[in-house]
Design a protein around this ligand. Structure first.
Ligand code: NAP
Length: 273
């Protein structure tokens, strides 16, 4: 019998998850269906319950429901609990398991696809929202020399430092305090670029040979990647690999078989111009 999965968000029509999971299912011979469901803004839990009642086995969760997904679960993982957000749920009888695969997807993309070792690297995350929360622990586990978070609202970066104090020694700041600092990996985890806005970053932020990574994907050269390029950075990446890698983690968690990702990443990539 075909097992049913879905991605739930609002809006959802832009989601590439059905395409990604269909490719994984075909490549691994798994008999699943995977659809996109738009939940009303006030109706996340009702929508999940209805999908479950119809035999759904699991869901991916995207904006703006990742926090609610973590609260909804009876068994959130440590990673989801620490992030306060989940992007994958698995239904098992009365139990609802929750995971947050965004961070591990990012780490896999950086290290396995882009050959960028995080151990010993100076890593900076821009932004202090859900995406940064999900990324911090998986990055910290790789042993970077420095792990820093800078945010427009500096207080939010400081709050993250306190929340993660048992897991990582984070540097936290606003953008002003970045002057004089340089990093090997600079990750834009803000949504600033979606409205065409550039961040107030010093050109000296990028160490020689640095990688600039924008979690936003499918938009070509974002304002952040343009800034990095203007500062002389040659290694530029968007978040399509992170998206596909987190999907592969969820697929493996649900189905017990890990699909390859390279072909799907190549198919969804757009040129960074
Ligand atoms: P979020 O929780 O809403 O956080 C947004 C962050 O962006 C906050 O730190 C906010 O700063 C900052 N920000 C927004 N507008 C800004 C501006 N004009 N100038 C400076 N900072 C600004 O969002 P999120 O869930 O963390 O997602 C962040 C981005 O990552 C989104 O674009 C999302 O699409 C992307 N993402 C990609 C993947 C993937 O698989 N590739 C996965 C997850 C997320 P303040 O705190 O000061 O408001």
């Amino acid at each position: 019998m075909t097992d049913r999965y879905a991605v739930i968000g609002h809006p959802i029509s832009h989601s590439k998850s059905p395409q990604i999971h269909a490719a994984f299912a075909q490549a691994t011979g798994q008999d699943i269906s995977y659809t996109a469901i738009e939940a009303p803004l006030e109706g996340f839990a009702t929508t999940v319950q209805a999908f479950r009642a119809q035999g759904g086995r699991g869901v991916n969760v995207t904006l703006p429901f990742k926090l609610q997904a973590c609260e909804f679960a009876s068994h959130p993982s440590d990673a989801a609990r620490l992030a306060g957000a989940a992007n994958a749920l698995k239904f098992d009888g009365e139990r609802v398991w929750a995971e947050n695969f965004d961070g591990v997807g990012l780490v896999n993309d950086l290290q396995n696809n882009r050959g960028r070792a995080l151990k010993g690297a100076r890593v900076l995350l821009l932004g202090a929202g859900g995406a940064t929360r999900g990324a911090l622990l998986p990055i910290a586990l790789q042993g970077p020399a420095v792990l820093a978070v800078a945010n427009r609202t500096a207080d939010k970066a400081h709050a993250l430092r306190r929340d993660f104090v048992a897991h990582a020694a984070l540097q936290a700041s606003g953008y002003d305090e970045l002057a004089g600092e340089a990093f090997d990996v600079v990750i834009n985890a803000t949504s600033a670029g979606l409205s065409g806005e550039a961040l107030p970053l010093p050109a000296s932020l990028f160490a020689p040979g640095a990688l600039a990574y924008d979690m936003v994907y499918g938009k070509g050269l974002t304002p952040f990647l343009r800034q990095a390029q203007a500062a002389g950075v040659a290694a530029l990446a968007d978040g399509v690999g992170m998206l596909v890698e987190q999907a592969a983690e969820a697929f493996a968690w649900w189905r017990g078989v890990r699909p390859g990702t390279r072909e799907v990443i190549a198919r969804l990539s757009v040129p960074l111009v």
